[in-house]
Design a protein around this ligand. Sequence first.
Ligand SMILES: Cc1cc2nc3c(=O)[nH]c(=O)nc-3n(C[C@H](O)[C@H](O)[C@H](O)COP(=O)(O)OP(=O)(O)OC[C@H]3O[C@@H](n4cnc5c(N)ncnc54)[C@H](O)[C@@H]3O)c2cc1C
Length: 381
Amino acid sequence: MNFLKQERTTLKEFFPDLDEKLAHIPLLEMEKPQNPAIQIFRELGGPRLLIPTKYAGLGATPIEAVRVQRAIASRAPSLAIATTMHHFSVATIVEMIAQGSGTGLEWMLLEGIAKQNLYVASGFAEGKTGSGILTPHMQVKRTEEGSVTVSGSKKPCSLATSMDLLTASVSIPNKSGDGSELAVIIIPASTPGIERRPFWTNSVLAGAQSDEVILHDVKVPEQLISYTGNSGNLDYVQTRGFLWFELLISASYLGIASALVERTIAASKSITHCERALLGIETEGAMAALEGVAQSMVVSDNNQGNDQLARVLFVRYAVQGAIERVTSRAVELLGGMAFISSSEVAYMFAATRALAFHPPSRLSISPALDKYLAGEALLMQ
Ligand SMILES: Cc1cc2nc3c(=O)[nH]c(=O)nc-3n(C[C@H](O)[C@H](O)[C@H](O)COP(=O)(O)OP(=O)(O)OC[C@H]3O[C@@H](n4cnc5c(N)ncnc54)[C@H](O)[C@@H]3O)c2cc1C
């Protein structure tokens, strides 16, 4: 089959055995909280994917990364979503080094992640509908020795069970006491005061381990804090981080939708060829748009950040729309017997819907995108 051939070829180049191993695990087995795919991915060196080779990583380019995510999601939806959170955190650290904006110790962190195959969770959301991810409500206090203490809850936080490191967004009071600054902390998951609690009660995407992580007066030294600007005016590193996130999460959900399309091709029922070809037109058009953004990311240009962010968001919502159309048609083409005889079709159909819930939601960012089209800078909330 030519469908997904490019993506699975790229996946094989990085992880020769992964696709075969995933293909042998029943889909619904991998989608349970005990998801065996997360451990398999770790054993095959998956956490190294986006780390540059000079820090012992695999040095995947943005285009290779979107292909890998689509291929993985077509077999293991929860693994793709969970690893998107990991790769997004790692990519942001790589961007910090490229911009020289971190503490200067980030390369050691990347080498540690690559050599020990560590998972990095990404705690931005706090489980409060209506409150944007760029307005964290964790309680942060400055201590006399120059560190900070952080208390509060991050939920959902994918990889909550398997994480070795936690990145979390916080708002840190200025030393002068007259305001605060957005920052990301990067701390070992074994730091005293970190607790995990069950949070994700839906069986759909339960294999991503998106539970609650609670911080009880967790002490964070200044060297583990990266300041990222303010929510209205994100700095370049944070902007690049968002680009990576939107790209990888879109490719992942496109991969889940592609698994449904693949089944319609394999089933080859006596339906018109045009209907099946239409699914290919939609999915390959969406993938080409993602690859276009990925290609443009290879050149890092401080003056282009805001335009690139707008572009990736337009593409993400276009992909979201294509997924909605493709999956409802694919389910129809597969037919009632496929729907009735196993929960897998309904599972994948439901799982693809969750792209709409990842920040920023289309409805929340649409006014800002509208103003951007008319000439204003794009402001994230
Ligand atoms: C599988 C999965 C894994 C996840 N893992 C993580 C993770 O590891 N780390 C992490 O940080 N997050 C993660 N998230 C993201 C997190 O779940 C979302 O931030 C959360 O789902 C948002 O909740 P909400 O939709 O109720 O809130 P909101 O984003 O507030 O949306 C509620 C509703 O209001 C609308 N809305 C919101 N703002 C506006 C506005 N200004 N104008 C008009 N309408 C608006 C939205 O479109 C939506 O319809 C994950 C999500 C999923 C689905």
